[in-house]
Design a protein around this ligand. Structure first.
Ligand SMILES: [Zn+2]
Length: 343
């Protein structure tokens, strides 16, 4: 028989808590707790906790006496870490201090003040049936969600939720679960290791481009659909570098930003791997008049991109034309795009 668990457990196996309430019942991460300070409380069982900030082990809180089975470090963090972030952000908002996020997007770095115009900060906000851990709202009526934070504290992070926010033009800041749960955080360090999804919606209009670069999924769908309303019902074009911005498609007078991630959100479709170098994502949009708009996103060597669009008349067979030689010889994404809709 294996040895039964005994009480008290070996101190080295005692759970290390990253969070506790202080004597005013405010959440505190261990990084901001006083060394050896007392008066901390477990938010689950209400028992006293001590801040252990020695030189050897990772800093942590520990129950001074007994704890409940529910008093896991995960549960403690889930209960109060988000509230701490809301309180910290709220204080900055009240003092009109900026909270600047810096991130990389397609090889360029960007900055944005996450509290710009923010009038309310809320925990557990339902947005179209998906819960945001924290939402920053703009406007007098708090009616516009500017950005959401996902805390990932319960380790079952849902990538679909991120897509549901970005499809509504809401950027997602995904926080590093491990350091957040263990309380080894400051407001600054959280942002430094955050992942940013849909960050282009945070960019100022003026920081973007001299011409408007369309990045709203609904507007992109409309522009792409309009490109084939007239004969010859075909459109193709390469994604080019415009004003230092990659993945830009010119459609008539419009500039559309179409990096792979944004195509996935705005258009979607099925990825077809044609060869080692060539991937074509295909999508079909049935129209009310029975015609079908077929859209192709051509990705050559993850470096050269193009788009082709064709409207097929009602009853016409939807088919792409890809001569075999395009899988073999040296070519460009634009040539492949043109060939797809050529016949
Ligand atoms: Zn407890």
């Amino acid at each position: 028989m294996t040895q039964q668990a005994h009480f008290p457990p070996n101190p080295s196996q005692q759970p290390m808590y990253g969070w506790a309430l202080d004597s005013r019942k405010h959440p505190v991460p261990i990084s901001l707790a006083g060394r050896g300070a007392q008066g901390y409380i477990c938010p689950i069982c209400g028992g006293p906790m001590i801040a252990k900030k020695g030189d050897v082990k990772q800093h942590h809180f520990a129950h001074e006496f007994e704890s409940l089975p529910e008093c896991t470090p995960e549960n403690v963090a889930k209960k109060i870490a988000g509230t701490w972030l809301v309180l910290e952000l709220g204080e900055r908002m009240a003092h009109k201090k900026p909270f600047t996020l810096e991130w990389q997007m397609y090889g360029e770095s960007h900055r944005a003040n996450l509290l710009k115009g923010v009038t309310a900060i809320q925990e557990h906000v339902d947005i179209e049936k998906t819960e945001a851990d924290i939402a920053l709202m703009q406007g007098e009526k708090w009616d516009h969600v500017y950005v959401v934070f996902m805390l990932n504290l319960d380790s079952k992070r849902d990538p679909l939720a991120y897509t549901q926010f970005t499809a509504q033009s809401i950027p997602v800041i995904s926080l590093p679960s491990e350091s957040f749960r263990s309380g080894q955080v400051t407001l600054k360090s959280l942002l430094e290791s955050a992942e940013v999804y849909g960050g282009w919606w945070l960019l100022e209009e003026s920081e973007r481009l001299p011409e408007r670069l369309e990045n709203d999924p609904n507007a992109i769908r409309q522009i792409l659909g309009r490109s084939v309303v007239q004969p010859p019902y075909r459109f193709w074009g390469p994604l080019v570098n415009v004003y230092g911005q990659h993945h830009v498609l010119r459609v008539g007078a419009n500039l559309v930003w179409l990096p792979p991630e944004l195509w996935q959100i705005a258009v979607g479709g099925t990825r077809n791997r044609m060869s080692e170098d060539l991937t074509i994502t295909t999508q079909e949009w049935p129209q009310k008049d029975g015609s079908i708009i077929a859209l192709y996103y051509v990705n050559l060597r993850n470096a050269d991109y193009a788009v082709a669009i064709r409207r097929f008349r009602s009853g016409e067979n939807v088919q792409a034309n890809l001569p075999a030689q395009y899988r073999m010889r040296r070519t460009t994404a634009e040539e492949v795009a043109r060939a797809l809709i050529a016949n």
